[in-house]
Unconditional design. Structure first.
Length: 214
């Protein structure tokens, strides 16, 4: 499904907006990982200070040195709807760049050392993402600590980002990623696996389903 006209896009916008309507602006000092300190990251902070997600300057955001890693978990959660909408907007010339960024940062495998990933897969004898997700929602704390303790920092960031999303939000993100897959954007990382993880979390113990999670 390509947005050659405004019809399909007008269907996505209210869906995404509704899913994230209760997410509040985190506050100026909580937008990014290092707050208003650390001058190396001030471009992100100055760009977003006091800025609602509806006003998010996505094109300028992509010019920052390390856009998504600069955002705190709360900042990522708050501005995610703007990124999702931009990624699906064919009239926005950088939409594929946004889609690639979203997909990369929602895939822990893309952020891990390949050798470490192979070792974890060997030890668990099953896909790493599925094992971590199942453990998180079964509250197998010891296993979570064991697995995450060996992982790269960004894998922990991945888990916290996913866990911060409500069931309705996870479903919407999964639907957007499925749109990426339908477009056959081969350069995107682990789209199908991430989709399965987002949907799987809706049925695990510890994750409260809502009426939109079916």
């Amino acid at each position: 499904m390509y947005f050659e006209d405004d019809v399909a896009m007008n269907q996505w916008k209210p869906l995404i907006t509704e899913a994230f309507k209760d997410v509040a602006y985190p506050g100026d000092d909580l937008i990014k990982t290092f707050g208003s300190d650390a001058s190396d990251w001030n471009d992100t902070w100055l760009l977003f200070k006091g800025c609602s997600w509806q006003e998010m300057p996505v094109a300028e955001f992509l010019q920052c040195d390390t856009p998504l890693p600069d955002l705190s978990q709360d900042g990522f959660h708050y501005y995610l709807p703007a990124l999702l909408i931009a990624s699906l907007d064919d009239s926005f010339e950088l939409n594929l760049d946004v889609a690639s960024m979203i997909t990369f940062h929602l895939s822990p495998k893309a952020n891990m050392d390949p050798a470490l990933q192979c070792e974890i897969d060997r030890l668990t004898a099953r896909p790493f993402l599925s094992r971590v997700w199942q453990s998180l929602f079964s509250r197998d704390t010891d296993h979570v600590i064991q697995v995450l303790g060996a992982c790269h920092h960004y894998t922990v960031v991945f888990c916290s980002r996913i866990m911060s999303l409500s069931p309705q939000q996870r479903k919407v993100v999964a639907q957007v990623l499925q749109e990426f897959a339908d477009r056959q954007w081969e350069e995107l990382n682990d789209v199908e696996e991430t989709i399965s993880i987002l949907y799987a979390g809706l049925s695990y113990p510890g994750c409260v389903n809502d009426n939109d999670s079916n």
